[in-house]
Design a binder for this molecule. Structure first.
Ligand code: 0O2
Length: 212
């Protein structure tokens, strides 16, 4: 039915996906600008890397089923807020909150939703700061507001989440090992959070904040 919707509305659907691509470009540029400014003012970059993606059709379909979303363009746009995704990987945990503040201060960004899985990790051990924002994109004759999900992580959080995400899709794990693996992964997440804290502590001692 979803594929049918796409086929019937090929042009409008491609256009919608194009809006998401454009919104990603806007948001990615904002972070690149903040990174550039920061590296001039201080002698380091708070952003290690930025990854972006538009959600795959397969993933959109999965969410439609999970949340029982009606199969119309409007409903998809309204209910799936993470079709455009920007992941900002930072060196230190402090950098995440500093970047979040500078980003949300910008007067064209509207915060829709905020989930702090760093202060409140998920039961799996997952850590990351998630924001859903609306960003305007300027088209030939109109201005359109587009939802973008921004995920902020440290390198350690991203390392854990990337591996855990890949392992999640492995279906041939013996039932007897599932609980053990969940506990192991949780423990790894805790250990990597401690590593983040220690690295941040080292940075604070060095005083690597100001360009002196
Ligand atoms: P993908 O393939 O990354 O796009 P919702 O997004 O509304 O369905 P919820 O609970 O509101 O559900 O979203 P949440 O948990 O705030 O964020 C979902 C996204 O966060 C996931 O995207 C993952 O990218 C990431 N995430 C959340 N929990 C975990 C976890 O335990 N492990 C890992 N590795 N990633 C996690 P999607 O859409 O599930 O998939």
């Amino acid at each position: 039915e979803f594929l049918d919707l796409i086929q019937r509305n090929k042009k409008p659907f491609d256009l919608l996906m194009c809006y998401y691509e454009c919104a990603i470009m806007e948001v990615e540029t904002k972070f690149k600008v903040l990174n550039q400014e920061h590296s001039l003012e201080y002698d380091r970059n708070p952003i290690e890397s930025i990854k972006t993606r538009v959600k795959s059709y397969e993933s959109i379909l999965k969410k439609i089923r999970k949340k029982d979303i009606p199969i119309t363009m409007e409903a998809i746009e309204e209910n799936i807020k993470d079709i455009a995704g920007v992941r900002v990987i930072c060196s230190f945990q402090d950098d995440i909150y500093a970047l979040e503040e500078s980003f949300l201060k910008q007067d064209d960004i509207e915060l829709i939703e905020r989930k702090d899985y760093i202060k409140n990790p998920k039961p799996s051990g997952y850590r990351s700061l998630h924001l859903i924002v609306q960003v305007p994109i300027f088209l030939q004759n109109t201005k359109k507001f587009v939802n973008v999900e921004v995920q902020f992580r440290t390198i350690a959080m991203d390392f854990w989440a990337s591996l855990e995400h890949k392992m999640r899709y492995k279906k041939d794990i013996p039932e007897s090992q599932v609980k053990f693996l969940q506990e192991e992964l949780y423990d790894c997440a805790e250990q990597s959070a401690k590593l983040d804290e220690r690295m941040q502590g080292i940075r604070d001692v060095i005083g690597w904040n100001k360009n002196e």
